[in-house]
Design a protein around this ligand. Structure first.
Ligand SMILES: NC(=O)c1ccc[n+]([C@@H]2O[C@H](COP(=O)([O-])OP(=O)(O)OC[C@H]3O[C@@H](n4cnc5c(N)ncnc54)[C@H](OP(=O)(O)O)[C@@H]3O)[C@@H](O)[C@H]2O)c1
Length: 382
């Protein structure tokens, strides 16, 4: 009893508890009704609270709703191979009062990607995740695939992509996952990827632009542009242009740009306030790896906002997201100093298994200081 109390589950005579002889059921379209077996009658109102309710959300993954020969709704749990008349969503009902929902799912910095998707059936949804062979992209692709989505891992190395596919299949052999080649540092490769995807005649419900390089030494791509700018922004920009028609045809659809809080420490305008193209793809002399990354992340956000403005009337939304700071992925690999910093703060920041949409204070603070320091240093050097 004491344990129940501390768990917030005190043994009370809750007003939600049904009197003996009553049963809670749902209609085909999710309305909750109450059957009184003693008096053989049904009613919409809860016999104690008088509230009307309906179930919230979709059925959990693997469940299906059927109707028996008497018109009674029942539920099949294909994963555990069982059948029940009890709607599994009855634990998550909302009052029949749209202005005042009684349940609210809360997420924070400790919520995992799997928890975010819990209870969601994504079968029938097609998702592309760029840079899905490692880090945040891999966790995202895995979580979506384990909830039934068909996920395409768009990776610059097909071997690493296939290895990631095998890791997901190792968790659930029925996952619909496939690796395809996409090198964002080559506009030709982006075009080839888009064509290969379109030749599959699949819809596209979610496009997650996640791939990025960080702190990379200066180099030009085969298209003659600075690599960080092309990989992080322009390659994705081109990809979205090429897949826009499929996204529109698949609406409701969405684009997610994985950006970063560090976009705040950047500038892409010249002294007269106009966009300075030379800052976007700078020469070797003008190049500062951290600033190039920050600028590319600012481009992600500006692009996402404009994309949303243009496409949301057509059922395609776009959002940019900051996944949290200094998450120990492979992002730091280009410079040992970053590897050291990421390692030092690792115990205090989010792990790869955690969802990317919360706040991790130590990482934010650390990267904030670092970015301000580098920003001031750059101003000083100019
Ligand atoms: N980790 C953090 O603390 C943090 C913080 C803020 C924002 N982010 C953002 O989160 C996203 C994911 O980063 P992460 O931390 O998961 O890093 P990560 O583990 O290094 O993943 C980056 C992915 O991008 C891929 N990639 C690199 N160059 C590519 C190219 N030319 N074409 C296609 N794919 C390419 C990499 O593939 P290879 O393995 O083949 O190189 C890798 O799969 C990035 O957009 C990053 O800016 C991360």
């Amino acid at each position: 009893m004491a344990a129940l109390k501390y768990a917030g589950l005190e043994d009370t005579d809750s007003e939600e508890e049904l009197p003996p002889g009553w049963e809670e059921r749902t209609t085909k379209d999710g309305w909750v009704y109450y059957a009184n077996h003693l008096e053989e009658k049904t009613q919409w109102e809860h016999p104690k609270s008088g509230k009307r309710k309906r179930v919230a959300g979709d059925l959990p993954y693997g469940w299906e709703q059927e109707t028996d020969e008497n018109g009674q709704v029942y539920f099949v749990d294909h994963i555990n191979k069982r059948t029940t008349y009890l709607d599994p969503r009855l634990a998550f009902t909302v009052e029949d009062n749209p202005a005042k929902p009684t349940t609210r799912q809360k997420y924070d910095g400790n919520t995992t990607a799997m928890e975010i998707l819990q209870g969601r059936d994504l079968s029938g949804k097609v998702v592309i995740v760029t840079g899905a062979n490692s880090g945040i992209g891999f966790e995202t692709a895995k979580s979506l695939a384990l909830h039934g989505a068909c996920v395409i891992l768009a990776c610059r190395s097909l071997a690493r992509g296939n290895e990631a596919v095998q890791r997901i299949l190792g968790e659930w052999h029925k996952a619909k996952v496939e690796a395809m080649t996409l090198d964002l540092a080559s506009l030709q490769s982006v075009q080839n990827f888009a064509e290969a995807f379109k030749s599959k005649n699949l819809p596209l419900h979610i496009l997650i632009c996640n791939a990025a390089v960080f702190a990379a030494p200066w180099s030009l791509t085969e298209d003659g542009l600075e690599s960080t700018f092309q990989v992080n922004h322009l390659g994705h920009f081109y990809l979205v242009q090429l897949l826009e028609d499929v996204l529109r045809q698949s609406s409701p659809a969405r684009v997610v740009m994985v950006s970063s809080e560090s976009h705040r420490f950047s500038e892409i305008k010249d002294s007269s306030g106009k966009l300075d193209f030379s800052l976007l793809s700078p020469s070797k002399k003008e190049y500062w790896a951290m600033l190039a990354y920050n600028r590319s992340k600012l481009c992600n956000i500006l692009f996402s906002n404009e994309l949303n403005r243009r496409l949301s009337p057509h059922g395609v939304t776009s959002n940019s997201v900051h996944p949290g700071n200094m998450i120990y992925s492979s992002l730091h690999r280009n410079w040992w100093v970053y590897t050291l910093l990421f390692t030092l703060v690792r115990p205090f920041t989010k792990s790869m298994g955690l969802c990317c949409y919360g706040i991790n204070f130590v990482g934010d603070l650390f990267l904030g200081f670092l970015s301000v320091f580098l920003w001031l240093l750059t101003l000083e050097l100019r």
